[in-house]
Design a protein around this ligand. Structure first.
Ligand code: PLP
Length: 396
């Protein structure tokens, strides 16, 4: 491998690029996980996460990826045989539901085409029909990274309230936290799941669960699945080995603290505004490319398009992996592909985390070159449209 080719240019929806302060923290030396220094870092990390989630609830950190946080949310609040309601959004709602079933839970799925969010009225109707209260939780993916669809969490909360139903609202905010507004307490979210490697700019291997009072109450009453590692009540102890159920992932926590420092210095609102600005640029370019009738947004409604990732479909018979392969081999840009059943049908531009206009214009420029190299039909003026959209977003 030629060492002078420069770094891979990574524009995938996680893991994302790492700021220097985060990489330095990951390289910090070994230390006693019950010592004073780590206690300080750890306390500051737990405290710093509350405002990020906009919650006064409890924060739990797991040495696990997002799947671990999914399991923790289910394991602490649901009992074997309980039913969950899963409004589909894309592959991630599908996989969370599969996990629930593997844990002995039953699932009612509200289907969509993975190009729209589920209408809240459909959720409300199902909850109204559940007179016996068998549904114990609604599992909602805020931004489904596979479909690049963002769901209106407040509308789902209103549906649960409208049906006067006691189900908990559990939200996967893995790909939305830090990229789009999320207000756990104000929106009535009972459990939120997040992971380090998306907009939090930390290497994969650390995940976060935030739990509100109603969810904690279930775990306190023993209304949970059998288990030990994920259990909140054991993790609420004062000792750090209790908080982490064993040795803490010290460097990961230090890295997360370093990332929180950056987010606090920038300001959460400004971080979200930045993601929206960059997303607007990407969408403006995709709109121009789509003019030729070849490619199109996967998310059909503009209001549901995610601010962290954009999925772009190509016609049946064309393998979207060709675009990814060419961009990587010729230009060293790595973008995301279609996941699961969507493989080959779409490609995904990740625009979350530690990024700026140069990254976005670089990626759009490489993609424009790739489409031309492959002689794919695209409309003109995509880069100009992205630049103009940036000006509009900055002024607005
Ligand atoms: C990335 C992602 C996950 C899975 O996280 P892992 O760390 O890969 O387990 C789950 N949900 C969403 C919305 C994601 O973007």
């Amino acid at each position: 491998m030629n060492p002078m080719l420069g770094p891979d240019f990574l524009m995938i929806p996680g893991p994302t690029s790492l700021p220097d302060a985060v990489r330095t923290a990951m390289a910090s030396p070994a230390q006693d996980f019950s010592g004073e220094s780590f206690r300080r870092i750890s306390t500051a990390t737990f405290e710093g996460l509350r405002p990020l989630f906009r919650t006064a609830g409890e924060i739990f950190l797991y040495a696990a990826n997002g799947h671990g946080a999914w399991e923790a949310a289910l394991a602490n609040t649901l009992q074997p045989g309980d039913r969950v309601l899963v409004p589909e959004s894309g592959l991630f709602s599908f996989v969370w539901r599969e996990m629930a079933e593997a844990l002995g839970l039953e699932a009612t799925v509200v289907e969509t085409d993975w190009r729209h969010a589920v209408a809240a009225e459909r959720i409300e109707a199902i909850l109204r029909d559940d007179k016996a209260g068998r549904i114990r939780a609604v599992l909602l993916v805020h931004t489904d990274t596979a479909a690049s669809v963002t769901v209106d969490v407040r509308a789902v909360r209103a549906a649960i309230d409208g049906a006067n139903h006691p189900a908990l609202l559990m939200v996967d905010a893995i790909a939305s936290l830090g990229t789009t507004a999320f207000e756990m307490d104000a929106w009535g979210v009972d459990v939120t799941v997040a992971a380090a490697q998306k907009a939090l700019m930390v290497p994969p291997g650390l995940s976060i669960v935030a739990a509100g009072a109603r969810a904690l109450e279930r775990s306190r009453r023993g209304q949970h699945l059998p288990g030990s590692y994920w259990m909140w009540q054991a993790r609420l102890g004062q000792e750090l080995y209790q908080r982490f159920c064993g040795t803490a992932p010290i460097q990961h926590v230090a890295a997360l603290r370093a990332a929180l420092d950056l987010i606090e210095e920038a300001g959460l609102e400004s971080l979200i505004a930045q993601h929206q600005r960059l997303a607007t640029m990407v969408r403006a370019a995709v709109e121009r490319w789509s003019d030729a009738g070849f490619m199109e947004f996967n998310a059909l409604l503009p209001a549901e398009r995610a601010s962290s990732v954009t999925s772009i479909r190509v016609p049946a018979g064309f393998d979207a992996e060709r675009i990814r392969d060419h961009a990587r081999r010729r230009y060293r840009l790595t973008i995301g592909g279609g996941l699961g059943p969507l493989k080959g049908q779409l490609f995904r531009i990740g625009h979350m985390g530690f990024l700026n206009e140069a990254y976005v214009l670089g990626a759009l420029g490489v993609l424009e070159a790739t489409f031309r190299d492959l002689a794919l039909p695209i409309g003109d003026g995509a880069l100009e449209a992205a630049v103009a959209a940036r000006e509009g977003a900055a002024a607005g």
